[in-house]
Design a protein around this ligand. Sequence first.
Ligand code: GLN
Length: 308
Amino acid sequence: MPSSAGRFREVIDRIAGEMARLTDRGSPADYIPALAGADPGCFGMAVAEPDGTVYGAGDWRRPFSAQSLTKVFALALVLSLEGESLWRRVGREPSGNPFNSLVQLEYENGIPRNPFINAGALVVTDRLQSLTGNAAERVRELLRVESGNAGIDFVPEIAASEAAHGDRNAALAHFMAAYGNITTPVPELLTAYFRQCSLEASCADLALAGSFLARHGVRADGSALLTRSQAKQVNAVMLTCGTYDAAGEFAYRVGLPGKSGVGGGIIAVVPGVCTLCVWSPGLDRRGNSVAGVSALDRFTTLTGLSVF
Ligand code: GLN
């Protein structure tokens, strides 16, 4: 059988060339200085195939702030540890609202719409903290082991900056605690959440680390992180909720499960085929990387691959 190693190399190079010519690239997140200083001219794209082959173009080996990309890994860990009972605490419907919105929580008794908006991610980190006592370290460990890069780490300045500008996340956490949907003391939960968000990794690292989603739940060493059915569920929630109030547009343009972060990264999955990670710090008004979405749009257009 011919090897499939590197089957998307040419397409990735072509897309990187196209993205270098993109003029409207959005602006980096400006809610903390550490992210605001990023160069919107940066662009990286990596592909990890299920056998562990990884390659990319542009700044694909340069570490960036993973931010909400870590929410996928925290969710996978909680599902692997406690399974279905998580869904009593957090829903799996798109919110149609910005990632840091508070509005739906009061009508829905402190149960966030999904695990990828901040409110839902705080519940997931709360569960992981209750189950393990070291949520952020567990997420770091999963990234390190699956990517094979033991150098992946927190960036204390980013975590401190998140905390200094953390009123909204604190409000979300306290509000849900009032409904009994957060059990970790809020300051401890916020520390874990901000540390998790501060993890820095490259497109290569994150594409490899997210490969279990393309391998139907199987980790790099062949063991199962998730069941096949759970991997399908995480991919489904990524498709419907992973890019916040732009999830419909993302499905329309890209047609893949995807999760974005305000650092400008996006992880996307072609189940059974590959995991992609793109990065470019310029964001659109909904907090998704402009060049990142564009590159994934080109990838599915040029290859004909999508979940549809
Ligand atoms: N650290 C960010 C926050 O909680 C993560 C948000 C994101 O990447 N969308 O506000």
